[in-house]
Design a protein around this ligand. Structure first.
Ligand code: NAD
Length: 496
């Protein structure tokens, strides 16, 4: 059986404690991953600190060249990396390739580093005085990432950190850890010096070692809200800069003037794509006015058409869940919803896939007459369950969404510009789609929700990512021709 090692200072590093990594489509253990703690994190911090001394002095051109080469390698190896992700996560290979593409776009953003990192210059702010600013890297940055995007979410972090001159330690999810090591090897082949990108595997022990290590300057976290809150508190208490993105409950709103076939198509894909294990999954649809019955008829047909199977089988729309525990949690939630008064319109429980009877599969479920007090509405189920709420007006729909503790993404389906404008201005959500179901911002914008979906105030990648990974300096300069002509004043300096 394969053991997945750490990657520190450009080489694989073995460990003694391990944990199984499953193939969710078969339910079988496919590898063991090493579990690091204080010693492994310290070794990675030492390697990253040593590498920072020269990497932070490298030219923008050198760093950009590494990013161009890395980008090409990601493209060349997309299929291979997609298969690795699919085998450990369960999502389809095409879906995995989609996440690699979206992650690669962040690399493309920093391929324009010379522009992205440009400072500004103000001439003659006072007589003979100019001001300019520039940004410098922080040092060692760590990333702690969730299972659901084992390539894309780390790619939101490390290209930005590394291109801006930092060194990086990735602590990926222990459930699908292989993508991290594959990416480490691509970086090495791209010419990145050893020690600039490191991977320490593990769970809470490794995370705690990162959060308390004095050599780590900043922590990027993406995962569930309770852990994001914990990471934010611990890391800030230890003097670190923290970016902490949390969980979600994303609503679609369908207005009576929407093209219902179009909306249902996109809501189905947004709810059940990647088995609902996306932080931008549409897990709730609010049907406004008289749309509910017509919409549910179409959604039912489409949910029944979703082809569930192993992620590496052509024609599969949706794979298994990540673990047996996740499968049980989601199926129990569907049962509880019925007990609490929801109607199960499509029941995905108990699905068995021929030849994969031990896989962690559950089919798409569609729940009608869900209300905000039900657990199926309140909890982030992170599975292929779509809950329908019914309200009379757009304003009521907005109030429901604004009362929800999460605020990651939302989508409005309408033909009305006025309704769209009202929605986007009033809604307390960070990422909004107008007739777009999963509005993940492009890499040159930043990604981040509101409320419990983002702890603290640092969204990720794009301009916010550049700011997060660097700190500014402002330089005020005077080059007098004859210094004795300028008198020093005892009053606070003002410009003249
Ligand atoms: P998780 O919070 O369980 O794990 C995330 C990371 O934290 C992993 O690396 C894990 O090893 C570590 N971790 C887990 N328990 C810990 C503990 N007690 N102490 C310290 N570290 C711990 O999340 P997950 O199940 O891997 O991923 C799914 C969650 O991530 C969902 O809530 C989803 O909404 C969220 N997510 C959010 C975004 C976003 O951009 N907002 C993106 C992707 C996923």
């Amino acid at each position: 059986m394969t053991t997945i090692p750490h990657w520190i200072n450009g080489a694989a590093v073995p460990g003694t404690d391990t944990q199984p990594v499953f193939n969710p489509a078969t339910g079988a253990v496919r590898a063991q991953v090493v579990l690091g703690g204080g010693a492994e994190v310290d070794a990675a911090v030492q390697a990253a600190t040593a590498a920072f001394a020269s990497w932070s002095e490298s030219s923008l051109t050198q760093r950009t060249q590494v990013m161009f080469a890395f980008r090409q390698l990601l493209l060349d190896h997309e299929e291979e990396l997609g298969r690795i992700i699919s085998a450990e996560h369960g999502k389809t290979i095409d879906d995995a390739r989609g996440e690699i593409t979206r992650g690669r776009e962040v690399v493309e953003y920093v391929c324009g580093l010379g522009d992205v990192l440009k400072g500004s210059y103000s001439d003659q702010v006072s007589r003979g005085i100019d001001v300019h600013n520039f940004r410098q890297p922080l040092g060692v940055v760590a990333g702690i990432t969730p299972f659901n995007f084992p390539a894309m979410v780390p790619l939101w972090m490390h290209p930005i950190a590394i291109a801006t001159g930092n060194t990086f330690i990735l602590k990926p999810s222990e459930r699908d850890p292989s993508a991290a090591n594959f990416v480490a090897q691509l970086y090495q082949r791209a010419g990145l010096p050893d020690g600039v990108f490191n991977v320490v595997h593990g769970g809470k022990e490794a995370v705690d070692a990162i959060l308390t290590h004095p050599g780590v300057e900043a922590v990027s976290f993406v995962g569930s809200t309770p852990i994001a809150t914990y990471v934010h508190q611990q890391a800030t208490a230890h003097g670190k800069r923290v970016q902490a993105l949390g969980g979600a409950k994303n609503h679609a709103v369908v207005l009576p003037d929407a093209d219902l076939e179009f909306a249902a198509n996109h809501i189905t894909a947004g709810a059940y794509g990647s088995a609902g294990e996306r932080c931008m999954a549409l897990s709730v649809t609010i049907a406004v006015g008289d749309t509910a019955d017509r919409l549910i008829d179409i959604l039912t047909r489409k949910a029944n058409d979703v082809h569930v199977g192993p992620g590496d089988t052509p024609g599969t729309d949706m794979g298994p869940l990540i673990t047996k525990a996740a499968q049980e949690r989601v199926e129990n939630a569907v049962g509880t919803a019925a007990v609490q008064g929801a109607t199960i319109v499509v029941d995905g429980r108990g699905l068995k896939i021929e030849g994969h009877e031990n896989g962690f599969f559950t089919g798409p479920s569609l729940l009608d007459h869900v209300t905000p007090d039900m657990d199926a509405y309140k909890d982030e189920l992170f599975g292929p369950v779509l809950a329908i709420l019914r309200v009379d007006t757009l304003d009521e729909a907005i109030d429901v969404i604004n009362a929800n503790p999460y605020g990651n993404g939302t989508a409005l389906f309408t033909g009305s510009g006025e309704a769209a404008r009202r929605f986007q201005r009033r809604i307390k959500v960070g990422m909004i789609g107008i007739n777009v179901p999963v509005p993940v911002p492009m890499s040159y914008y930043s990604f981040g929700g509101w409320k419990d979906s983002l702890i603290g105030d640092h969204p990720i990648h794009g301009p916010e990512g550049i700011r997060f990974c660097t700190r500014p300096k402002v330089v005020t300069t005077r080059w007098p021709r004859t210094s004795h002509q300028i008198t020093a004043g005892f009053t606070f300096p003002t410009s003249s």
